[in-house]
Design a protein around this ligand. Structure first.
Ligand SMILES: Nc1ncnc2c1ncn2[C@@H]1O[C@H](COP(=O)(O)OP(=O)(O)O)[C@@H](O)[C@H]1O
Ligand SMILES: [Mg+2]
Length: 238
């Protein structure tokens, strides 16, 4: 089942007197539950595409559909709600709150949303996620006491806390050594399999691309390759 659809999406940024064409007409579909890599060199448009899927940026033209809904007609408030309910984010710089501990960092998105989770249910869920990412022994440590790999584990748990159907990770391994980076992608894949959450991560690292079951390769704002390891992509060129 298709969960994300981009149809001839373009994104242009004004830069002084010129227009930068970051994304030049991109069409692809993503199936629910897949583990997808958006691959490409720096400047190829990876972040721009993830930001449009993540509802933090809007296309200049073309259409983005999330769970079948075209996002173009939505008002800011509806976008915020859809984003909170549907999308989890993981960033390359982790973006944790340094003075909060592991538990509190993971809890943080729930304080911003309208989840009606009972206190004990919430605690059990966060503790489950802490276990899931292998940080039981670090539960009460501040995030600034953790290594890069551990911080990214916290960020993965935080991305999952509001039970999103899609997790977006923009170069989640860029600030990690290659062995730690691979462990982080493997952890994401494990969670993808267990929870059937759709994961989309961007990278320029060829080795990490291999772990994905759907690869969308970009160059200069265009898709140059779009393939699944099993079956065909639901839509898109190549
Ligand atoms: N806010 C912006 N203003 C102007 N140009 C931008 C902006 N964001 C991205 N770009 C340009 O768009 C292109 C694609 O950028 P980006 O999506 O960040 O690529 P990637 O994530 O693959 O490195 C680059 O040429 C970049 O310089
Ligand atoms: Mg980027």
């Amino acid at each position: 089942m298709t969960i994300i659809e981009l149809n001839d999406v373009k994104k242009t940024y004004p830069l002084g007197k010129v227009q930068v064409e970051a994304v030049k007409g991109v069409t692809f579909c993503i199936d629910k539950g897949d583990f997808i890599s958006i691959a490409g060199p720096s400047g190829s448009g990876k972040s721009t595409i993830l930001n449009m899927i993540g509802l933090i940026d809007t296309p200049t033209s073309g259409e983005v559909r999330i769970e079948g809904k075209p996002i173009s007609g939505l008002k800011d408030k509806q976008l915020t709600t859809l984003r909170h309910d549907t999308i989890g984010f993981i960033f390359q710089s982790f973006n944790l709150v340094p003075v909060l501990n592991v538990y509190e960092n993971i809890e943080f998105p729930l304080l911003l949303g309208k989840e009606k989770m009972a206190k004990s249910e919430k605690r059990d869920w966060i503790d489950f996620l802490i276990k899931e990412v292998g940080l039981e022994q670090w539960r009460n440590h501040r995030s600034n006491e953790l290594s890069g790999g551990q911080r990214q584990r916290v960020a993965i748990a935080r991305a999952l806390v509001a039970k999103p159907s899609i997790v977006l990770a923009d170069e989640p391994t860029a600030n990690l050594d290659s062995a730690t980076g691979e462990q982080i992608i493997e952890l994401m894949k494990k969670i993808n399999r267990e929870m059937q959450t759709t994961f989309i991560f961007s990278t320029h690292d060829a080795k990490i691309v291999e772990i994905a079951d759907h690869v969308i390769r970009l160059r200069d704002g265009l898709v140059t390759e779009n393939y699944k390891k099993e079956g065909e992509p639901a839509c898109g060129e190549n």
